[in-house]
Write a protein that binds this ligand. Sequence first.
Ligand SMILES: Nc1ncnc2c1ncn2[C@@H]1O[C@H](COP(=O)(O)OP(=O)(O)OP(=O)(O)O)[C@@H](O)[C@H]1O
Length: 600
Amino acid sequence: MAGRVQLSKPNTLWFLSSSSSPLYSLNFRGLHNHNNLNFKNRLHFRPNLVSSSPSRGALYCTCRSPNLSNGEAISDPFVLTTPLYYVNAPPHMGSAYTTIAADAIARFQRLLGKKVIFITGTDEHGEKIATAAAACGSSPSEHCDVISQAYKALWEDLDIAYDKFIRTTASKHEVIVKEFYSRVLANGDIYRADYEGLYCVNCEEYKDEKELLENNCCPMHLKPCVLRKEDNYFFALSKYQKKLEDTLTQNPDFVQPSFRLNEVQGWIKSGLKDFSISRTSVDWGITVPNDVKQTIYVWFDALLGYISALSDEKEQTNLQTALSSGWPASLHLIGKDILRFHAVYWPAMLMSAGLTLPKMVFGHGFLTKDGMKMGKSLGNTLEPNDLVQRFGSDAVRYFFLREVEFGNDGDYSEDRFINIVNAHLANTIGNLLNRTLGLLKKNCQSTLAVDSTIAAEGNAFKDTVEKLVEKARVQYENLSLSSACEAVLEIGNAGNLYMDEHAPWSLFKQGGAASEAAAKDLVIILETMRIIAIALSPIAPRLCFRIYTQLGYSEDQFNAVTWSDTKWGGLKGGQIMAQPKPIFARIEIQKEGEDAVKKK
Ligand SMILES: Nc1ncnc2c1ncn2[C@@H]1O[C@H](COP(=O)(O)OP(=O)(O)OP(=O)(O)O)[C@@H](O)[C@H]1O
């Protein structure tokens, strides 16, 4: 049955959800002390670097805003958002995936010298939350505190350097939602009507019957939708059909990856229906201005979190001050499950309120388990805390960003995880550094013989590295994170090949000019490692920090690097390298009978 809107007398039917969330077990650590929190904070929250080099302007993100009436200045911040995760259950690897990707993009933009505002947070209202809290015997607000803390703790463990964490239960958020609602109302886009339709509590959305599986099951959550009739306030989405069509035609880059644009255009073409933006049956939410019997629909509330996150705690909150702190967003990074909300509902809501649209919405694919989306509602999730504890944050970040082509779906297998991180991080990168430093220690007292520029004079290898690092930059810019990793790994492969072909260990044995050539070869490889450490730092920041310190740099020097430092020529003659130490511990699979996997 398709949803039906009746512009008629109010109906006060209260609905009791038939779905109940299982009791959750909180398998996470609280915000704990790390050994070197100081390092970590600085590594994360280093000051935004403002470009001093005019040439760096060319490296800035080229995303365009569909509605750039205000003109985009080069000094505009790069505002990046993850979804505000629904606190019906603790985070899982799917939620971590979007956040890791967003963090890599934010770190890359900071390397370019951009001021970045990286927003994440939790969506805390709605029926599903109230039900989950009741199932655990807690109040909704206690439940939200616990789960949002679980998100923060996981982001800490995964080295996520967000700038703003918004909770939709924050009072500043409520102010903004109400002001936004009033603007849309004043624009004549909210009206009251009866609605009858099939509702998926897990999606918090009325569904069209033709989208559903047998027994009216939601295709995403595999649970039956329930028939509901409510007297709600509606948003006049249909009024924005033409405007949305025109916007997407004029700004095809608005929806990324490009193959998702057709999907969005298809939804719009098939006819946009007004949607209900309030609930009479839900207490746990922000009340509708001038009607305390209704609460605002969770999506109409949560999307505004991207704006309320911008508002400064110290200032008097209002929509205008929040907007002036960084709106429009440069990029909304989301999973494809919520593309319709971000690429159709949200732009229409912003148009109605007279606000600028975000510049881009990127809907990535799903991490799947047995072909099904991993999700809290289905309960088929992979536990990120467990992966981080066993393998470390760099391995987790690298594996998912390298192995899942950004935009497509990807399945997880532990064997593959171990093989990939061992081959790439321990062997290609870690061993190359370790054996080069070992040779330098043995033959050159850990001291560089000459500047890296002199060492590479007339050597085509330097051009190879420069080309590959430029390739990595372009891939980062295009949000092709897997290809960016691949380009950096190619640099490592080229370095290993160079070592094997030049065999400096045997040149040292010959002495004289051969020995001098060998000393230059080591400088060349260590310069290559320096470049890798910068180029891979958005993906694996701790690992790259370890490479940098082995090259004799301080933490402050690492924190001050920019992408322009990937240019060949950083290492200088006379620079003393640290003692060689493995930077990435190989993961060893124990023999049959031993049940653990250990890091060596
Ligand atoms: N399996 C997944 N693969 C990739 N991203 C995911 C996955 N699951 C969740 N996400 C990320 O989380 C967002 C959805 O957040 P939400 O809090 O609704 O999580 P969920 O686990 O999908 O919840 P539910 O199962 O209840 O629908 C997605 O848009 C995406 O950014």
